[in-house]
Design a binder for this molecule. Structure first.
Ligand SMILES: NC(=O)c1ccc[n+]([C@@H]2O[C@H](COP(=O)([O-])OP(=O)(O)OC[C@H]3O[C@@H](n4cnc5c(N)ncnc54)[C@H](OP(=O)(O)O)[C@@H]3O)[C@@H](O)[C@H]2O)c1
Length: 252
């Protein structure tokens, strides 16, 4: 197997399960030391332990990505533990849905707090290290909902559109520091989040049937794209929002 991340250190927020876990596992398999950041201590420790059991290097840090002090501690502890940071994957996110005219202000605040601020704060803390240490790569996990119109989750969609705009703004400002910033925009991926959003088997089957490629995504489908954007394979790519969605976003 290719070892694109030997001697590199990656932080994956929301790495305890779903897309983040698949990304953390894939990074570790390709040689990276991985720090998993999430809220649930038991889930996070289990995820990091499973990577170590497979021979990888991984640690868990319990931190809320919306809290500046916890994010600063995440960076400090990563540097203490592994001595460097080269890659940040801003994957932690939340989803909720309601008819647009009924979405309460608290739902809007939560979507923006976790999905947008929870992408900006880890980025700021990691960039302060990267800019003085030769640069690096940052990948935001946005969503197809931030690219095309979808009914039923306007606040989530708007927050993911903001994540894509943030990737572009950061990419321009940070390119002179050799820091690349890109986003991936997943379609529906089989995780806890999708099960909560689409609780019925029929509903998920319909999502699969709607996709030109005839299935919903696997967490590994997204991890593969994140690894490309985090690796030197994409050295001339910054500020892009890459759709990984079985072709759903190309439909009229
Ligand atoms: N699944 C999909 O269909 C889909 C589609 C498009 C985009 N996405 C995006 O992909 C990303 C991952 O989604 P997923 O489906 O893998 O979700 P998931 O299974 O619900 O996992 C979410 C992860 O985020 C962590 N998290 C949530 N709030 C956090 C906070 N404040 N601080 C730190 N960690 C926090 C969770 O930690 P705990 O385990 O500790 O709770 C968990 O590790 C999200 O940004 C989501 O919006 C998903």
């Amino acid at each position: 197997m290719a070892q694109r991340f030997t001697s590199q250190v990656a932080i994956v927020t929301g790495g305890s399960r779903g897309i983040g876990l698949a990304t953390a596992e894939a990074l570790a398999r390709e040689g990276a030391s991985v720090v998993i950041v999430s809220l649930n201590e038991e889930r996070g420790q289990t995820a990091a332990g499973a990577i170590r059991d497979e021979g990888g290097r991984a640690d868990f840090i319990c931190a809320d990505v919306t809290q500046r002090d916890q994010v600063e501690r995440m960076v400090a502890r990563t540097l203490e533990r592994f001595g460097d940071i080269n890659i940040l994957v801003n994957n932690a996110g939340v989803h909720d849905s309601a008819p647009f005219w009924e979405e309460p202000a608290e739902l809007w605040e939560r979507m923006y707090r976790v999905n947008v601020l929870g992408t900006a704060l880890p980025s700021q803390a990691v960039v302060r290290h990267l800019k003085d240490n030769g640069g690096g790569a940052i990948v935001h996990v946005a969503s197809k909902a931030g690219v095309v119109g979808e009914p039923g989750h306007a606040a989530y969609s708007a927050s993911k559109g903001a994540v894509i705009a943030l990737a572009r703004a950061m990419a321009v400002e940070l390119a002179p520091c050799s820091i690349r910033v890109n986003a991936v925009c997943p379609g529906p991926v089989m995780t806890d989040m999708l099960h909560a959003a689409v609780p019925t088997r029929e509903g998920r089957d319909q999502l699969a049937a709607d996709a030109p490629l005839g299935r919903v995504g696997r967490p590994e489908d997204i991890a593969n794209a994140v690894l490309y954007l985090a690796s030197s394979d994409s050295d001339w790519c910054t500020g892009q929002a890459v759709s990984i969605d079985g072709g759903l976003s190309i439909l009229k």
